[in-house]
Write a protein of this length. Structure first.
Ligand SMILES: [Zn+2]
Ligand SMILES: [Zn+2]
Length: 209
C-alpha cells in the first residue's frame, strides 16, 4: 500500500507529497516546496526512510525545499528531474523573475524519461513526460492505487499556465489529453496546487479542456 501525506508549503501554497510503502517504510518526496525539515520530521515520526526526491518540474515553488530537506536528512539521496527542465533548475527555477533568491547548490542526478517505471517498496510508479507548462514536466502515475501526481499540468477546474519561459499552450493540451485523460475515470489527480480531483470530474467540468 502506498501511504500519501500532503503538505501545503511555501509562498504560493504548493502541494508537497510524502509517499511511503507502508510495508517496508521506504519513502520519497514529490516537489519539496519549502521547509524540508518539517517533511523529514514527519517521515521520522513514522519511521519512514526517505530515499529520493522526485520533481515534477523545476519551477522555484516546487524545488525550494530541496536543500533544507537534504540538510535535515543528514545523508544524500538522488534528486530526480527530467533533463528538459535542467536549464530551468540552473536558473533557480525562475525565482529571479519573481524577485526571489533561491540557492540550491545541488544538481539532479536521477534523470527521468517517459514511461520510466520507478519503484517504491512494492509500488510501481510510471513517469509520464507532459511538456507544456515547462519543457521537462513529468507526472507520476501509480495504477495500483489509481493515483496520479500531476504537478502544474492540471488542477481542479483549471490547467497550468503557459506564459512562463518554455511554456506552450497547445503542447500542454496535448500532454493532458494523451497522458491524463487516458487514465481510468476514477484516477485521483493530486495537483501541485489546490484540492485533488479525478479524471472523471475534470473531463466533465474543466472548461479549459
Ligand atoms: Zn510550475
Ligand atoms: Zn507550481
Amino acid at each position: 500500500m502506498l501511504e500519501i501525506i500532503p503538505f501545503v508549503l511555501g509562498m504560493v501554497q504548493t502541494n508537497t507529497y510524502l509517499l511511503a510503502d507502508d510495508a517496508n517504510k521506504e519513502a520519497i518526496v514529490i516537489d519539496p516546496a519549502d521547509d524540508g525539515a518539517a517533511i523529514v520530521k514527519t517521515a521520522l515520526e513514522r519511521q519512514w526512510k526517505i530515499q529520493a526526491i522526485w520533481i515534477t518540474h523545476a519551477h522555484f515553488d516546487h524545488i525550494g525545499g530541496v536543500a533544507t530537506l537534504i540538510k535535515a536528512l543528514e545523508y544524500s539521496i538522488p534528486i530526480g528531474l527530467h533533463p528538459d527542465d535542467i536549464p530551468l533548475w540552473k536558473m533557480q527555477g525562475g525565482a529571479g523573475l519573481f524577485g526571489l533568491e533561491l540557492e540550491i547548490g545541488l544538481e539532479p542526478d536521477l534523470l527521468f524519461y517517459s514511461r520510466q517505471v520507478l519503484k517504491l517498496g512494492n509500488n510501481f510508479i510510471e513517469v509520464r513526460h507532459t511538456p507544456g507548462h515547462t519543457p521537462g514536466h513529468v507526472v507520476f502515475y501509480n495504477s495500483q492505487e489509481g493515483v496520479c501526481f500531476c504537478g502544474d499540468v492540471i488542477f481542479q477546474g483549471s490547467i497550468g499556465r503557459t506564459d512562463l519561459l518554455g511554456g506552450d499552450h497547445q503542447q500542454l493540451l496535448s500532454s493532458i489529453q494523451e497522458n491524463i485523460m487516458t487514465l481510468p475515470d476514477s484516477t485521483r489527480l493530486l495537483p501541485g496546487h489546490g484540492p485533488e480531483t479525478t479524471v472523471l470530474r475534470e473531463r466533465a467540468e474543466n472548461l479549459f479542456l
